[in-house]
Design a protein around this ligand. Structure first.
Ligand SMILES: NC(=O)c1ccc[n+]([C@@H]2O[C@H](COP(=O)([O-])OP(=O)(O)OC[C@H]3O[C@@H](n4cnc5c(N)ncnc54)[C@H](OP(=O)(O)O)[C@@H]3O)[C@@H](O)[C@H]2O)c1
Length: 344
């Protein structure tokens, strides 16, 4: 099968490239860049073994190609790891011919007002046809679609622990998410605040409350499952390269023991290979570094619960979940080509 990656030189795109090099169902890979087309892959992706590049990239002579060239090559699946807006423009050109998996936010919302508040440009018509690709929750609809909107990284880390509790109505109508992200969550773009010397030895919050774009994405998905309350989302930047840690607090609507919460998570996730349930431990980002897993833990204090979750923002929060979605959509084993163990 032929697959193309747009924005492959970025953080998420490079991770998709690495995964697909080892994916047994992908025989040809087209690596697309707006700034590096014509360059040799081995010059740009020096971390990749030359032999592995030759095998799947010989049809483009081991070169990075342009979007126009990729269109002519008719890939069965394209992954777009471009920034929002640019991503939608590119995806629209493939959507009739290929399975499109978009890692940007462009097609994630059905709620027009939420999208426009969060992103500041008009909601896209094509979003109506997109399936929101939170893999553990959308596997049936993913099987029947040709446009998958891959969720945001903070959103994945927040929704996976929250949705079972919302569905079972064990938490009340006020949720506070405190989430910490490594710096790769902001992408490769050069900005002063992401410079090493600005971030190292430094901790801060940013875009608190409902001012971060992912807060609307989280709220829309929670509301789809019956949540009617208020959300506060407090993201923090921490000086690690990758990883998200979320600590989420909510009131319990009825008395729950730790065993009760365990039963709820087992009900939803016991057959989900990318979810790890930790009954007696607080998960750490190093548990899932480089893996496509989300690890979940919890603590009950009087009538409140604190739920903890961790993901690798570039894998379960981006590239890995995108490949998981491709696998589900095309009928391959869900975890084909994906690493489920921490690399730390
Ligand atoms: N980083 C994460 O943790 C994460 C998690 C979930 C989702 N996402 C989403 O995935 C997408 C890619 O994120 P990323 O972190 O990989 O970003 P990134 O490192 O900044 O890479 C984006 C790539 O897109 C290409 N590009 C094309 N037009 C561009 C433009 N106008 N401005 C900047 N880059 C442009 C560039 O590649 P070429 O020059 O090669 O074309 C660039 O390398 C984004 O939509 C992001 O929101 C990221």
């Amino acid at each position: 099968m032929k697959a193309a990656i747009l924005g492959a030189t970025g953080y998420a795109g490079t991770e998709i490239f690495k995964i697909l090099l080892n994916h047994p169902q992908v025989s040809e890979l087209f690596i697309v860049s707006s700034t590096k087309s014509g360059e040799q892959l081995s010059d740009v992706f020096r971390m990749l073994q030359k032999n592995s590049l030759n095998e799947k990239t010989k049809s483009t002579a081991g070169k990075i190609i342009s979007l126009e060239e990729a269109l002519d090559l008719k890939p069965a699946v394209i992954f777009s790891a471009l920034p929002h807006k640019s991503s939608a423009e590119a995806c629209c050109r493939f959507v009739e011919k290929s399975l499109v998996i978009d890692l940007s936010a462009d097609f994630r919302f059905k709620n027009k007002a939420y999208f426009e508040t969060a992103y500041g440009f008009p909601h896209l018509e094509l979003s109506k046809n997109a399936v929101y690709g939170l893999a553990e929750w959308a596997s049936e609809s993913i099987k029947a679609c040709n446009l998958i909107a891959n969720p945001g990284c903070y959103t994945t880390a927040s929704l996976l622990p929250l949705l079972p509790l919302v569905k079972e109505k064990v938490i009340g109508n006020s949720i506070v998410i405190n989430a910490l992200s490594g710096i790769s969550g902001a992408g490769k773009k050069p900005e002063e605040k992401y410079l090493f010397s600005e971030c190292v030895e430094n901790l801060t919050a940013y875009a608190p409350g409902m001012s971060h774009r992912h807060s609307y994405e989280i709220l829309e998905q929670l509301e789809n499952e019956g949540f009617k309350g208020k959300l506060l989302f407090n993201p923090h930047l921490v000086p690690v390269k990758r990883g998200i840690f979320a600590a989420i607090t909510a009131e319990l609507t009825k008395k729950q023991t730790s065993e009760d919460i365990l039963s709820i998570y087992q009900k939803y996730y016991s057959n989900k290979p990318c979810i790890t349930i930790n009954k007696n431990a607080i998960p750490q980002t190093k548990d899932v570094w480089g893996s496509n897993c989300c690890a979940i833990g919890w603590h009950i204090e009087a009538a409140q619960i604190i739920v903890f979750s961790v993901i690798d923002n570039l894998i379960k929060g981006a590239a890995g979940q995108a490949v998981q979605n491709m696998n589900i959509c095309l009928g391959f084993p869900e975890t084909l080509g994906l690493n489920l163990n921490s690399l730390l």
